[in-house]
Write a protein that binds this ligand. Structure first.
Ligand code: GLC
Length: 555
């Protein structure tokens, strides 16, 4: 299995394609669109959760890990999906939400009914002597991280929504149950696992107050603790590690390079790669997500550079991405899709995909889907969005300002239904979609893109080049022009080959002086979205232009 040559496509199942008119995407809908994904050229699809769930957090509140919610299809549909994917040489990655279960899960329900075996599956604690909550921790979705455990005197921990109860991994029985889940899906033909917020499973058995609720210091009390590595190794040995054809990726909240290397260096036998998020916090005002300043470009470059160098030096492996179901659309965030839809989208895609790691494409990226900019809070569905809208108002932010922050940062910005064509609801559903379609669907949709657009085709080429050029897949990384305020530049190198990537992140035309090492050498333009054809000591880059030049001393 050649991780470095693969490209993974993320399917947000609920918003991808509805086959039965209930307004929710489903597995038969995914099956229908597999030929489209094969045409794009991806090797694997990561499917967001479709297990039975009350959907308080869009399926990340799992009520049964080994079944399929009838709203999304049946086990027969899943088996059919595996077959159709095999015919198209596409593998399946499942989403494993192991930090917490839904409070509807049988384990939690048995615990509530008084079964002590299952009570030990969760973090249950009494109030402090003064009657206050067991610790002062904040939930990541806003409000306290503890809720009353039924009618008892106890509280249960929930780092996320109040319906997502944290599992007690200290209990070996819990770990065994979760390993069984992995093996269940492996026998169904799954070839990959994405582990949700995996680095927060290692809470200390003795939970203590933090210096400040919600602070970085608080997160350090339960993030990346040494025992996480131990438990991942154990899980690896008991399941996917017994095979050599399984790809795993851990979603690592607020992690650092040192831990990133340990999670993903093959000799550690933990995971194939990790998602880290620091590069997507460059438009947070003083670390606060619910704000909307211009993004800090130098910081974006510095963070990507730090991770590229650090993971390369430590033989770790990055997941490469700018989009997912928790992030605003990157073209709306870092570019100008109104005036430069093609240039913005392809520039961002090329910049990220030619780095060292495995690229992930989030559904709709390949046709340039944007944030929907809904003007009414009621058009948003996400629990985190609603909690934070209320928190903003409570802080005295005006409703208009709060809405503009929600438009920029809500997780629903990327969860709107996939835009297939210009028929009602963008051809996503014959019924009422669970979340409104973005209003620009008559202009931005798959049908139109395939007949007259250039973004999809550019993505096809990026994917193809990764397979053809070893320097893209395996080359080392070296950052260039790190202080340049408009251009991101780097070089990938392997043996006698080099790949120079230059990306202009702003409108307007700029002149750039190239480092001398690239001058007067024969270079081939591999791909680009703008006019630049050749390298000189001084070059010009058009708005949002990206270009990659290939040097081969042997040729
Ligand atoms: C991850 C998921 C996100 C979910 C959270 C809690 O961050 O990507 O969608 O809300 O974990 O499970």
């Amino acid at each position: 299995m050649d991780l470095a040559k693969k490209v993974i496509y993320q399917v947000y199942t609920k918003s991808f394609k509805d086959s039965n008119g209930d307004g929710l995407g489903d597995l038969p809908g995914v099956i229908e669109k597999i030929p489209y994904l094969a045409q794009l050229g991806v090797d694997m699809i990561w499917l967001n959760p479709f297990y039975p769930s009350p959907q308080h957090d869009n399926g990340y509140d799992v009520a049964d890990y080994c079944a399929i919610d009838p709203r999304f299809g049946s086990m027969e549909d899943f088996e059919h999906l595996v077959q159709v994917c095999q015919q198209h040489k596409i593998d399946i990655m499942m989403d494993m939400v192991f930090n917490h279960t839904s409070t509807d899960h049988e384990w939690f329900q048995k615990a509530l009914a008084g079964d002590e075996t299952y009570q030990d599956y969760y973090y249950l604690r009494p109030a402090k002597e003064d009657g206050s909550l067991p610790t002062n921790w904040d939930s990541k979705f806003g409000g306290p991280a503890w809720a009353r455990f039924g009618e008892t005197e106890l509280y249960y921990l929930h780092l996320y929504d109040v319906t997502q109860a944290d599992l007690n991994w200290h209990n070996p029985q819990v770990r065994l149950e979760l390993q069984k889940v992995l093996n269940f899906w492996l026998t169904k033909g799954v070839k990959g696992f994405r582990f949700d917020v995996l680095n927060v499973i290692g809470k200390s058995p003795v939970l203590i107050d933090s210096q400040e609720p919600g602070s970085a210091q608080e997160k350090s009390l339960y993030t990346d603790t040494p025992i996480v590595h131990q438990w991942i190794k154990e899980m690896n040995q008991a399941s996917f590690g017994q095979r050599d054809d399984i790809i795993t990726v851990g979603e690592m909240s607020s992690t650092n390079v040192l831990n990133g290397v340990q999670y993903s260096n093959p000799s550690e036998k933990e995971l194939s790669m990790i998602f880290s998020f620091h590069h997507l916090k460059v438009d947070y005002q003083d670390g606060e997500k619910w704000s909307n300043p211009a993004f800090d470009f130098l910081q974006l470059k510095a963070i990507l550079d730090e991770w590229q160098r650090g993971m390369s030096d430590g033989q770790g492996w990055n997941a490469l991405f700018l989009n997912n179901h928790d992030q605003p659309r990157s073209n709306s965030r870092f570019g100008d899709p109104d005036h430069y839809p093609f240039e913005t989208q392809t520039m961002l895609a090329q910049t990220i995909q030619f780095l060292r790691g495995t690229p992930y494409i989030y559904q709709g990226e390949e046709i340039g889907m944007t944030n929907p900019d809904f003007a009414e809070i009621d058009l948003y569905d996400d629990v985190e969005t609603h909690n934070n809208y209320q928190l903003l108002l409570a802080k005295g932010v005006s409703p208009a300002e709060a809405m503009s922050i929600i438009q920029a940062k809500s997780r629903d910005t990327s969860r709107t239904p996939m835009q297939w064509d210009d028929s009602p609801h963008a051809g996503f559903t014959q019924g009422q979609p669970w979340l409104s379609v973005a209003p620009n669907y008559p202009q931005i949709n798959v049908e139109r893109e395939l007949s007259q657009g250039h973004i999809f085709n550019y993505y096809q080429n990026l994917i193809r080049l990764r397979k053809e050029y070893d320097v893209i897949a395996y080359g080392t990384y070296r950052g260039l022009l790190l202080e340049h305020p408009q251009v991101m530049a780097y070089v990938r190198e392997i043996k006698d080959q080099q790949l120079l990537v230059l990306s202009h992140f702003y409108p307007g035309t700029i002149r750039l002086t190239l480092p001398s090492e690239f001058i007067d050498r024969s270079a081939k333009k591999l791909i680009g979205n703008g006019p630049l054809m050749a390298l000189n000591s001084e070059i010009e880059l058009a708005p949002y232009e990206t270009v990659a030049f290939y040097f081969n001393e042997q040729a």
